[in-house]
Structure formats: C-alpha cells, structure tokens
Design a protein. Structure first.
Length: 203
C-alpha cells in the first residue's frame, strides 16, 4: 500500500483527496468488486446507449480473473478511496517482448479499468478523476523496479485509445492482427520516465 491522490469531480472545481494504491490485491475480493461495480456498469451502459454508442468493456468480469490471479499468472493492483475500489489493473507475471525495441522486454498490462462511476459518458459525470493515470503510472514504476526500464505495453479497446495516446503519451504501434486487431500501445525507451516525471509535476 502507498498513498496517492485523486481528483474529486463531485465538486466544482475538483479538489485533490487522499487515496491508496494496493499491490497484490487479493483475488478473493474480485467477486466483491464485481458485485459493487455491476449496477454502476449497467448505468454506464445505459448512458452510452442513450447517446447512440456502446460500452466496449461492458462484458468484462473481474471475478472471472480470480483463478488466474490465484495461480500467480496475474498480479492485481487496486486503487482504493472512501472505502471502495476505484480502479483495477491486472499484470501478467511474465514480461512481454517489446514491439518498438526488438530484444527488450517490458511490463504488459492485460486489463485496466476504472470503476464504472469514474468513467465519463454523456449525462454520466465521473466521481473521481485520475484513476487510470495512477494505474498506468504504477505500471511504469513496477517495470522500472523489475529492471525493465519503465517499459510498458498494452492492447487498447477503441474507446480507450485517446486516453493512452493523449493522457498517458504512449506510442501507438498499430493494430495487432494476433490480438483481435486491437491497437497496441507502448512506451519507447525514455518516454515512460519523461511522462511519469511530467505527471508527477502536475499533481
């Protein structure tokens, strides 16, 4: 556990409040998280549908990832604030070969999701802002601790592409035909450290 900060968007202008990031989040708690998130996810789906779009992550079920986490295939990270889990990230135990720098490896982010009440949609303002950014920053820190130089890569759903490209300043590698044609993003050498330093400077 270590302290972090989120922006509380329930007030205008948003104010910064204390939160916590937890490494090795217990897999046994994923069913609890899913039970709390499911009603809010349905509300988010309805907000998207009212605007003529779909929520691409509506089928995600964190409880279904518990078995892989219990076997040690995934490490779970959670952002907690006000007694609730505000976001989750799952990272495979094995690093992934870099697409930008052959011969190097980086941390791969398998899943990353802010709680549904923290996601923007028409008529659906977020409760807390910065959850996804905090989790990406944690992935960079862990990558550096593992001797991977801060290298991080992930496949993005189309709706999340602007977040990774603009907010997180990740390099767009392009569609991956070996992974449902989802766009792959990665930090090139030095880019993660530069982004992390800038993100910390603005918090």
């Amino acid at each position: 556990m270590r302290p972090i900060r989120l922006a509380d968007a329930r007030v205008n202008p948003p104010v910064v409040i204390a939160a916590t990031i937890l490494r090795r989040f217990p897999p046994g708690r994923l069913s609890e998280v899913e039970a709390a998130w499911s009603p809010a996810r349905r509300e988010l789906v309805a907000a998207h549908q009212s605007a003529g779009s779909d929520l691409e992550s509506s089928h995600w079920n964190w409880a279904g990832k518990a078995e892989r986490a219990e076997r040690g295939e995934l490490t779970l990270f959670a952002v907690e604030c006000e007694g609730a889990v505000q976001g989750l990230m799952a990272v495979p135990a094995r690093p992934r070969s870099s697409m930008l720098a052959p011969g190097r490896s980086g941390l791969y982010v398998d899943y990353l999701e802010a709680a549904p009440w923290n996601q923007r949609a028409p008529g659906h303002p977020p409760r807390f802002v910065g959850v996804g950014t905090v989790l990406v920053a944690e992935a960079v820190v862990v990558s550096d601790e593992l001797g991977l130089g801060g290298g991080v890569g992930l496949h993005s759903l189309p709706q999340a592409e602007p977040f990774y490209e603009r907010k997180c300043a990740m390099r767009r590698v392009g569609p991956d035909p070996g992974y449902y044609d989802l766009t792959y993003f990665e930090y090139a050498e030095g880019e993660a450290a530069a982004w992390l330093a800038g993100a910390r400077a603005t918090r």
